[in-house]
Design a protein around this ligand. Sequence first.
Ligand SMILES: *Cc1c(COP(=O)(O)O)cnc(C)c1O
Length: 343
Amino acid sequence: MEDFIPYGTQKIDDNEIEEVVKTLKSGWLTSGPKVKEFEDALCGYIGCKYAVAVNSGTSALDMAVKSLDLPAGSEVITTPFTFVADSNLTEKTKAIIYVDYAGQPCRINEIKKIAEEHCLFLIEDACHAVGAEYNGKKIGNFADMTVLSFHPVKHITTGEGGAILSDNEDLAKKLRMLRNHGIDKAPADRDSWVYDMKDLGRNYRITDIQCTLGVTQLKKIEWSIERRQTIAKRYNEELSKLNWVKIPSTSDSVRHAWHLYTILIENGNREDFFYYMKKNNIGVNLHYIPSYRFSYYRKKFNFFPKDYPVTEKVFSEIITLPMYPSMTEEQVERVINLVKRYK
Ligand SMILES: *Cc1c(COP(=O)(O)O)cnc(C)c1O
């Protein structure tokens, strides 16, 4: 049997490990200079004013919503076709959380128009889309807040980690407090024992160990996206020849970051195709099981799949093929040849 090819994986080089070891020996393990260096590097790359790094993408989403101080009973609109982290919010609409699925930016101008008409806050979940662009501008410069994740399957990793990007100084200040229990001054900023807890926050802090990796990973992001684009182009070239496969469409107004490469298997064969690929040691996956199908949401909100016909159709046909920057040409060709031999 040939080697297993996962659907996605991280790439960490020796020089990055050396940097992490230096931080371990430095005496600053958390809330120190590497956190600020990583936040500054993110701002530099994206071109936004503020970045607040936290311990996961989920924490970043939670804090982004919390920072808006929405009245009890507020509702937030989001998509069911995403990772569960987006849906764990509720009850009168005050905000939209939109997801740049697979790394392709949404139709942001249209979403902005709706938000302006109805006075809604916008939170962009760009966990798939670090480095993606919309009308020539980097994602992270459109919504009130943009959320990133640094989980190992994402573009850059800190093991676990996330960040919130914003141009709004008040929101950034609030996010820094919420990250640290709602306390107004981090220990490093205190010249006495005095501090105040102004809000109910959490411990969502990220360590200097993680941010050291974040800084080194961010240096490779352009290489990583270019590799992903090359792989996507090769998949598109070959798989578009198969009449039972639908390849992903890409808008002309975006730079796609290709976190995921997904295809649609038409004619009801997705299940069978999934196990065919698995049997041949290819780590196919399914992104995502729609949130309304999970027992928690079904019980709590009485959701029914038949109310989401578009998502249901996509869910029944979609499959994720391997896509990561260290994937070799041979591995890409092996996946392509296997898909071709299915019928
Ligand atoms: C990964 C992911 C998250 C959650 O990020 P974590 O760092 O795993 O908490 C949220 N939304 C989307 C779309 C994701 O892909």
